[in-house]
Design a protein around this ligand. Structure first.
Ligand SMILES: Cc1ncc(COP(=O)(O)O)c(C=O)c1O
Length: 453
């Protein structure tokens, strides 16, 4: 190894350290804000189902010089020089994505889950084509055809919903598919606590000649770990964001399984060809190589016994949390959960989602309000709450601690007096007690590898 190589090797560590030191010295305002955010995350109980906490090695990838590489295209077929190393990084990320999900094709360039869904739709469909997706109020995502999103404005979208038991209404999916003959059926959800039968969606799609897009943004980690059935060989396309259950960076993936050789609507190109072109040059420009490096790191960590153990804990925690909330009389939707998510109706307690969200936040418990099936409140108010266990399980909290978490939530809700849909008073004594308990829990279960000094 040459002297220059030796110096540069040490430089990788030092550049990160220098970066923080320079930020502290030259931009203290921004440094302090970033530091405050770091400490905030350590000091709160995050029960936001759509989030997780990335390992420092994932954060480190994002902060490396890979970010400086400007290029377009794919490994081996770039539009710029200087890509020999980033080509290897992107190939590594692709291979790891394929291995983790048992997929035969992976595109690791989408900038987000939203982009991944949009790319699939625009690769396959023309303006005005019909799509079918889960209604927003029944737990679907904006990108599944909601009118507020390009997916609902550019395409003709129809929404399916839930049965009275708040379970996916597969009969309605089939009836709507037969009636409207969609070109694409989207399955997957943002707020649905039960197992999704991807094979059933494929059977319905095959009946009407539709393609299937399975969006597993919320349950990707459970799928990798075998805790939820995989859609990869059922759906034509599987998409996910990488920062939720994959504990990775902001970003998205598009995967294809057994349909790798299936032809696109033009009857000539294959589905992977379609996706490759739709990512670049159709909808995105330069890939974010630092994010791709971070995806590679997160995907490697997802393929370990520790990850599978944590995925089991994520589900066990959610079940324990649901049981503990049920035992305290809460209206837990569907009576429990199969995944990481617990949904409750708080209107039955005389509260709204926004009031509960704010009141819990005052006590250092971070959750998010959510519209629920049949909701009469707006998205800014809502009747429901969505709890998730990704970060709790990562911190090492197990089913035994969920009893305490449910108790803390219960104490806050009982100490919250609503004044209107958005205003409330929180009992000062309850607030002080719960905050102290949360602080003790956070100290007992620190975020792994996030030093507190
Ligand atoms: C089901 C589903 N798909 C897609 C997304 C969007 O992902 P992103 O935030 O990466 O755009 C979300 C976000 O929560 C989601 O719940």
């Amino acid at each position: 190894m040459s002297n220059m190589d030796e110096l540069l090797k040490a430089g990788l560590d030092r550049v990160a350290q220098h970066g923080v030191e320079r930020l502290r010295a030259e931009d203290p305002d921004l440094h302090d804000l970033i530091e405050r955010e770091y400490f905030r995350q350590s000091r709160v109980l995050s029960m936001v189902a759509a989030s997780s906490t990335a390992d420092p090695s994932v954060l480190a990838c994002e902060g490396t010089a890979t970010m400086n590489v400007t290029t377009e295209g794919y490994p081996g077929k770039r539009f710029h020089a200087g890509c020999e190393v980033v080509d290897e990084i992107e190939r590594l990320a692709i291979e790891r994505a394929k291995t983790a999900f048992g997929a035969r094709y992976a595109n690791v360039q989408p900038h987000s889950g939203t982009s991944a869904n949009t790319i699939v739709m625009f690769s396959l469909l023309q303006a005005g084509d019909t799509i079918l997706g889960l209604d927003l109020d029944s737990g679907g995502h904006l990108t599944h055809g909601a009118k507020a999103s390009v997916s609902g404005q550019y395409f003709r979208s129809f929404g399916y919903g839930l049965t009275e038991e708040r379970l996916l209404d597969y009969d309605q999916v089939r009836a709507l598919a037969l009636e409207h003959k969609p070109k694409l059926i989207v399955c997957g959800a943002s707020a649905y606590p039960r197992t999704i039968d991807f094979g059933r969606f494929r059977a319905i799609a095959d009946e009407v000649g539709a393609y299937v897009l399975a969006d597993i943004s919320h349950i990707a980690g459970l799928v990798v770990a075998g805790e939820h059935p995989s859609p990869v060989d059922h759906a034509h396309f599987t998409t996910t964001s990488t920062y939720k259950q994959l504990y990775g960076p902001r970003g998205g993936l598009i995967l294809i399984g057994r349909d790798v050789d299936t032809l696109a609507p033009d009857g000539k190109t294959t589905l992977p060809d379609l996706v490759q072109k739709a990512v670049f040059p159709f909808l995105q420009g330069t890939p974010i190589l630092s994010a791709i490096a971070a995806k590679a790191r997160a995907l490697a960590m997802a393929d370990t016994p520790e990850f599978r153990e944590r995925a089991r804990r994520v589900v066990a925690d959610a079940k324990a949390l649901a049981d503990a909330l049920l035992a305290r009389g809460y209206d837990v939707l569907t009576g429990g959960t199969d995944n990481h998510m617990v949904l409750i109706n708080v209107l039955t307690n005389g509260l709204t989602g926004v009031v509960v969200e704010k009141s819990l936040e005052e006590c250092d418990i971070i959750v998010n309000k959510n519209k629920i099936h049949g909701d009469t409140k707006s998205a800014f108010v809502t009747s429901g709450m969505r709890f998730g266990t990704n970060t709790l399980a990562m911190r090492g909290l197990g089913p035994a601690e969920m009893e305490l978490c449910a108790d803390l939530v219960d104490r806050v809700l009982k100490g919250t007096r609503p004044l209107s849909d958005r205003e409330y008073e929180l009992d000062a004594g309850v607030k002080a007690e719960v905050r102290a308990e949360v602080a003790r829990l956070c100290e007992r279960f620190p975020i792994p590898h996030y030093p507190l000094t």
